[in-house]
Design a protein around this ligand. Structure first.
Ligand SMILES: *Cc1c(COP(=O)(O)O)cnc(C)c1O
Length: 370
């Protein structure tokens, strides 16, 4: 038996995560200048990052020879002040993916089940399988979470339920009242992970106070990230909030220096610049209107989205995607999410959205006008 054959069936069953194509890779492949490429593939912030975060990174450079603060004291203090949660209820991650992975490794024993939705985030099955757990995928309703079906899927072997709200890649949203009712139904020995990577983009009328629920549901863990509205995807920093008991367990499993000193400093500074976050949400709302307006004119179906991206049905998604790439436009095919006819497009700056729309028209009708 070779080494690979001895690896658990669970690990061999993992389908590798398919990231958005890097701009430099497309530039090399197509012989394009970087400036000619538009990337709307990874839900990054088109405004970049807060200048306050950039300054914090510059200040921190001199200290790079030293290890970071393994307890993340300053960032936890900033999070604690902002969210009114004591530091022992906060775990920091190398991106929130790290938090999700810590949860799987901590709470799933081999054979334990983790429940999540069809068209859910790819990291849930990856982390579940890597921990030796069993992924239980529940069919979606209208491309989003069917909470009744998810509650019904919970068995005596279930240890974790993952819910992204808004969901990626479909952008669907479950109202707070429904989530709260779901939490009340879940057995107290099952961890519910509420992945709120896009929560900053919610309009006021859809906001709900999940942090207040932590007092009533000690099995709830909320995960959030600095990768999207805060514009720090490349630095890798996110966090989880939960009961002191669960967070303590996650902190035992966590690598001691999982968040870099640059990430710690930038995140603490970014948190203070809520005006930047508000601008990001605002430009997202306008860009979303621009994109769905164009989809309507082109007669394309899209899934109404609460995130900073929108999923559109183009039919031959592989072909359309190839023709978009030829024009220097990177979006995300989501066949691996069970949506082979759809493309997910991140909302960009107005001019980036316009470039995408122009390229999409060409990609949908190859040969027209030639
Ligand atoms: C982007 C995203 C995250 C954040 O990932 P990071 O590791 O923090 O960059 C988490 N969950 C979902 C559903 C996402 O789309």
């Amino acid at each position: 038996m070779g080494i690979a054959d001895q690896v658990s069936a669970s690990i061999r069953a993992i389908s590798p995560y398919q990231p958005g194509k890097p701009m430099a890779e497309l530039a090399r492949e197509m012989g394009l200048q970087m400036g000619a490429i538009v990337k709307l593939a990874s839900n990054e912030n088109p405004l970049g990052m807060s200048p306050m975060a950039r300054e914090a990174i510059a200040r921190e450079l001199a200290d790079l020879p030293r290890y970071p603060d393994g307890n993340g004291f300053e960032l936890k203090a900033a999070l604690s002040a902002r969210f009114q949660v004591t530091p022992e209820r906060i775990v920091l991650g190398n991106g929130s993916n790290d938090v999700l992975d810590l949860i799987a490794r901590t709470f799933l024993n081999p054979g334990d089940e983790a429940v999540f939705s069809e068209h859910g985030f790819a990291v849930y099955p990856i982390s579940t399988l890597a921990a030796g757990g069993k992924p239980v995928q529940v069919p979606a309703r209208d491309y989003g979470h069917d909470l009744d079906a998810m509650a019904a899927a919970i068995t005596a072997r279930t240890r974790v339920v993952f819910i992204a709200n808004p969901n990626n890649p479909t952008g669907t949203f479950v109202p707070g009242a429904q989530l709260e009712a779901f939490l009340a139904r879940v057995p107290a020995n099952v961890v519910v992970v509420l992945d709120e990577a896009y929560t900053e983009y919610l309009p006021d009328e859809d906001r709900y106070d999940s942090i207040a629920w932590l007092a009533r549901f000690p099995n709830l863990i909320i995960s959030r990230t600095f990768s999207k509205a805060y514009g720090l995807a490349g630095l890798r920093v996110g966090f989880g909030l939960g009961s002191a008991e669960l967070i303590d367990l996650l902190n035992r499993v966590r690598q001691p220096f999982n968040v870099s000193s640059l990430a710690l400093a930038a995140a603490a500074a970014a948190l203070k610049d809520q005006a930047f976050v508000a601008r990001s949400a605002d430009i997202n709302r306008r860009g979303m209107a621009q994109l769905i307006g164009a989809f309507g004119q082109l007669g394309l179906e899209w899934i109404p989205s609460w995130g900073n991206f929108v999923t559109v049905r183009v039919g031959d998604a592989a072909g359309v995607n190839r023709r978009l790439l030829e024009q220097g436009v990177i979006v995300r095919p989501i066949g691996a999410y069970g949506l082979p006819e759809w493309l997910r497009v991140s909302v960009g700056l107005p001019e980036e959205n316009a470039r995408f729309i122009e390229a999409l028209q060409v990609a949908l009708h190859p040969g027209a006008g030639q």
